[in-house]
Design a protein around this ligand. Structure first.
Ligand SMILES: NC(=O)c1ccc[n+]([C@@H]2O[C@H](COP(=O)([O-])OP(=O)(O)OC[C@H]3O[C@@H](n4cnc5c(N)ncnc54)[C@H](OP(=O)(O)O)[C@@H]3O)[C@@H](O)[C@H]2O)c1
Length: 306
């Protein structure tokens, strides 16, 4: 039997990953088994932390690409697979397409991108461009910030039926769109949503995450560090004693383990272009996760600082 992190949480998770490590879907990253998330609509398992690429921009032939390349290499070496991009992130799609081809990693990643046109034909052209720039399969196509939802989901459902995407979804990073997102979740057969959720911003836990759990929708979590705000709040502070109970060796790992341990199928996608940050973030996929009591303690701790 393979156990995912959700099974581990049901079993009382926080304790015992190490003792169960022979039993639950281990993907070896060095010697450590990493935690994987099961995508409810298919049962596919993916490593439970991805990467956001909003800052992967610039001249693809320039020396400025070196840190991006090293970041992707580190991400992959430590077991990362899920990448999130968008045609709205400057030339991020082009940069990723080139770098992943150079690194011969294009077929090894789970690629998520977006579309945001009101007009159906424009949306189709935009998605064809994403295929061209990314130079390979797109696993997940998302309607960006719910723009043109009805038009785009029509095309996306038919392209999914043709096998062009494996998964479809919608995104937002604004609490003011959560109500609309819930309506879309109740109206369309989504595989994924993407939403803002972190210790600094827990509104999604009120309605969106429970709904995702009920409907079997996987969740990419954007702004997992509150766009960096969380690091500002803990600047100069040592990790609390309870961080050791969840094998967290940095504040980044504390923040990510909080998200991973939510019982919905959550996959945080922290944005970084720095190899040492990618290494740090990948470390959150290893070791124990907080149980519901510790999650509450983490919330109170951060609420006092924010
Ligand atoms: N509506 C949408 O669809 C939407 C909206 C927003 C974001 N997104 C997606 O979500 C991704 C993540 O969101 P985000 O990038 O806006 O915010 P975020 O992940 O909450 O925060 C990113 C910030 O955290 C820093 N950081 C990353 N890892 C760190 C670490 N281990 N230690 C210290 N600092 C660290 C980054 O700095 P460095 O760059 O210096 O590492 C950057 O300043 C985006 O890249 C994008 O793919 C989607």
């Amino acid at each position: 039997m393979k156990l995912t992190r959700r099974d581990l949480i049901k079993l009382g998770a926080g304790a015992g990953v190490a003792s169960l490590s022979g039993a639950w879907s281990p993907l070896m990253a060095g010697e450590a088994a990493i935690i994987k998330t099961t995508i409810p609509s298919t049962g596919q398992q993916v490593p439970c932390v991805g990467i956001g690429t909003v800052k992967f921009r610039g001249d693809p032939g320039s020396a400025g690409m070196a840190p991006f390349k090293q970041t992707l290499e580190t991400f992959h070496e430590l077991g990362g697979q899920v990448l999130d991009t968008s045609p709205n992130y400057g030339n991020s799609e082009e940069v990723l397409g080139r770098l992943l081809a150079d690194l011969k990693l294009r077929d090894k990643v789970f690629m998520a991108t977006k579309v945001d046109r009101e007009d159906r034909l424009e949306g189709m052209a935009r998605m064809e461009e994403s295929f061209r720039r990314l130079g390979g399969k797109i696993d997940l196509m998302q309607v960006h910030n719910l723009r043109g939802t009805a038009a785009e989901l029509g095309t996306m459902m038919s392209w999914k039926a043709q096998g062009r995407f494996r998964y479809i979804g919608v995104t937002t990073h604004r609490v003011s769109q959560h109500e609309d997102m819930a309506l879309v979740m109740n109206s369309y057969p989504l595989d994924f949503i993407q939403v803002n959720y972190s210790l600094a911003d827990r509104a999604a836990a009120e309605r969106i995450l429970p709904l995702a759990q009920d409907k079997g929708i996987a969740v990419l979590v954007n702004r997992p560090f509150g766009n960096g705000k969380l690091f500002g709040a803990v600047k100069g502070r040592d990790l609390p004693d309870w961080a050791a109970e969840i094998d967290a060796h940095s504040w980044g790992q504390v923040f990510l383990k909080y998200i991973i341990s939510h019982p919905a199928a959550t996959i945080p996608i922290p944005g970084t272009t720095k190899p040492h940050h990618a290494r740090d973030n990948m470390g959150a996929m290893v070791g124990r996760l907080p149980d519901p009591n510790l999650r509450q303690e983490m919330e109170s701790y951060m609420d006092a600082l924010l």
